[in-house]
Design a protein around this ligand. Structure first.
Ligand code: DD3
Length: 329
């Protein structure tokens, strides 16, 4: 009894959230549809697959390496969650093919109309070797990084690699994804841009995933943070949560707000994901709750400059090689 009441309540909750999304999607200022390939040009019809980097039956995705007219490319295909608000239409407008029937049990293949049968697709082109490696299934190793290791191994590696954050600068300068911005505080010191991470298709709040990218450009990662950055971090925390409540009707108690260490790009950013959605990289070996980061810096201004930090690295990561060569693994 109590259980079904709880379920009803959480369904009502979900309904309200999906309403929020629907409202957002019909907002003409959003422009999500207009951003597609004009006229439906299919650049992927010329894609020549050379390898399956990884795939997952559970996550219903596949990562492909190949070429688009002589340029290396990574293509990610992913089935999206079934949205509550289209279930009615899905049941009415589809073709149903019986597969088997046995007693009270039967299975079918439901063929949905094209517009309800989309596959989320991400293309990286031209892709570098690093992009290809990123999606190859790999064993991971936990690294123990002392402050000295950071200074002598990690920092030189990051500086030598000069990973491109052009796409981040494009967002901050409104040269890309400007219409996707959910909230901006333009202040150069404590300001940031909040927008959906492109892992999220924004069709349902269940897997909500936004990133806050700070306007300050010289903060590479958690390691650079000191108590001087508390106003920035507190601003991102407070205004990020407020903006998500406004837009998606999700209160702070439904959110997981955290930083990655190591990050996948060295320009300070904060992840906002929905609690209950196991976002990639939200495990204890990589995620640092922003609330904890703030408290740690309040207790010790140099916390992240002095503490040993732990993180996983994949077998073929160049940084892992450097830790091995320094006999730190
Ligand atoms: C990335 C981490 C980076 C491949 C892939 C993703 N959110 C992004 C460009 C624009 C974005 C992101 C790097 C790259 Cl699949 C290599 O992510 C992005 N825009 N995470 C948004 N909104």
């Amino acid at each position: 009894m109590a259980e079904s009441a709880a379920k009803r309540e959480s369904d009502g909750d979900k309904e309200a959230l999906n309403q929020g999304i629907k409202k957002m999607k019909s907002d003409p200022g959003n422009g999500a549809e207009a951003a597609g390939e004009p006229g439906g040009t299919n650049i992927l019809s010329a894609f020549q697959t050379s390898a399956v980097l990884s795939d997952s039956a559970r996550e219903k995705n596949i990562f492909l390496h190949g070429k688009i007219s002589s340029q290396d490319a990574v293509v990610i295909l992913e089935k999206t969650p079934i949205r509550e608000d289209v279930v009615e239409e899905l049941l009415r407008a589809s073709t149903l093919k019986l597969e088997m029937k046995n007693d009270i049990y039967s299975t079918y293949r439901l063929q949905a109309p094209a517009h309800l049968n989309e596959i989320k697709t991400t293309v990286v082109c031209p892709a570098t070797e690093k992009h290809v490696k990123k999606y190859q299934r790999q064993e991971s190793f936990l690294v123990e990084e002392t402050a000295e290791d950071y200074r002598s191994i990690t920092l030189p590696y990051i500086e030598k690699q000069r990973f491109s954050v052009q796409w981040v600068l494009n967002i901050l300068e409104k040269k890309a994804e400007a219409e996707r911005i959910v909230f901006e505080d333009p202040d150069p010191d404590v300001g940031f841009v909040l927008l959906p991470d492109f892992k999220w298709d924004q069709k349902q709040v269940d897997d909500l995933y936004l990133i806050a990218i700070v306007h300050q450009r010289d903060i590479k990662s958690l390691r650079d943070l000191t108590s001087d950055h508390l106003p920035l971090l507190q601003n991102v925390f407070r205004k990020g949560k407020d903006a998500i409540l406004q837009r998606y009707k999700l209160p702070a108690c439904k959110l997981r707000v955290y930083l990655h260490y190591q990050p996948s790009y060295y320009h300070l950013h904060v992840h906002f994901t929905r609690l209950g959605y196991e976002a990639p990289g939200c495990g204890v070996e990589r995620a640092h709750l922003l609330a904890d980061v703030i408290q740690n810096l309040q207790n010790h201004p140099e916390h992240y400059k002095t503490r040993t930090l732990y993180f996983p690295l994949r077998a073929d990561d160049g940084l892992l090689q450097n830790f091995k060569e320094a006999q730190r693994l």
